[in-house]
Design a protein around this ligand. Structure first.
Ligand SMILES: Nc1nc2c(ncn2[C@@H]2O[C@H](COP(=O)(O)OP(=O)(O)OP(=O)(O)O)[C@@H](O)[C@H]2O)c(=O)[nH]1
Ligand SMILES: [Mg+2]
Length: 178
C-alpha cells in the first residue's frame, strides 16, 4: 500500500471551531498558538489562535493527513495563503449564529479560493440558532455558481469533522484520477 501525506487547511470565522475541530480529530497532541483574546468585539471567547496550528490523523486506508489551523481574525489574513502552500484544499468553517454568516462565507471563500479552488464548507453552531434557515447557504452558493460541498457539523464531534476531511480527500482523489 502506498502511504500518502496530505495537507488540509482549516479556515473561517473566529470562533467557528477550527481549533476545536483539529483537536477533535488529531491523534497527536496539537501544536498550537493560542493567546488570550483581546478582541471582545469580534468574539467573546477567552482564547484565539494567533499563528499556525498543527495536528495529524491517519485515515482508514493509511492516508496520513496533516491538519493545519489558521487564525480566524482578519488581521492575520496575510498568513492564510502562507499556510495554504502545498495543501490539497481548505475546509472553511462558518459560524451559523454569527450576525451575518453569508457575508462571512463570501469573505472567506474570496480570501481562500485564490490559493486553492478545492474548498469544503462546514457550517457550525447550527444548534445555537435553529430559527435561522440552513437553506440560505445552498441558495447562496447556487446564485454564485459555486458547487462546493456543504455540510452542517458540530466541530466538537469527531465524526462530523472526519466527514469534512474525507470529503476533501475524496474530491482530491477524484480530481487526480480525472
Ligand atoms: N454549540 C456549539 N458549539 C460549538 C460548535 N462548534 C464549535 N463549538 C464551540 O465553539 C468554540 C469554537 O472555538 P475555537 O475552536 O477556538 O474557534 P476557532 O475557529 O479556532 O477561532 P479562532 O482561532 O479565534 O479563529 C468552542 O468553544 C467550541 O466548543 C457547534 O456546532 N455548536
Ligand atoms: Mg483557533
Amino acid at each position: 500500500m502506498i502511504l500518502q501525506q496530505y495537507k488540509i487547511v482549516f479556515g473561517g470565522t473566529m470562533g467557528s471551531g477550527k481549533s476545536t475541530a483539529i483537536r477533535a480529530l488529531s491523534e497527536i497532541e496539537v501544536v498550537g498558538s493560542e493567546a488570550v483574546n483581546t478582541d471582545a468585539e469580534a468574539h467573546t471567547k477567552a482564547h484565539t489562535t494567533v499563528g499556525i496550528e498543527y495536528g495529524e490523523i491517519t485515515l482508514g486506508d493509511g492516508v496520513k493527513v496533516g491538519l493545519y489551523g489558521t487564525p480566524g481574525q482578519d488581521r492575520f489574513d496575510f498568513i492564510w495563503s502562507v499556510i495554504c502552500k502545498g495543501a490539497i484544499g481548505t475546509i472553511l468553517l462558518i459560524d451559523h449564529q454569527a450576525e451575518n454568516p453569508l457575508e462571512d462565507l463570501a469573505h472567506y471563500i474570496a480570501a481562500f479560493r485564490n490559493t486553492n479552488q478545492n474548498i469544503v464548507i462546514g457550517i457550525t453552531h447550527v444548534d445555537e440558532k435553529i430559527e435561522r434557515p440552513t437553506l440560505i447557504y445552498r441558495d447562496w452558493l447556487e446564485q454564485q455558481d459555486c458547487n462546493y460541498p456543504l455540510f452542517f457539523v458540530d466541530a466538537r464531534q469527531q465524526e462530523d469533522v472526519l466527514l469534512l476531511v474525507e470529503a476533501m480527500v475524496s474530491s482530491t482523489e477524484v480530481n487526480l484520477l480525472s
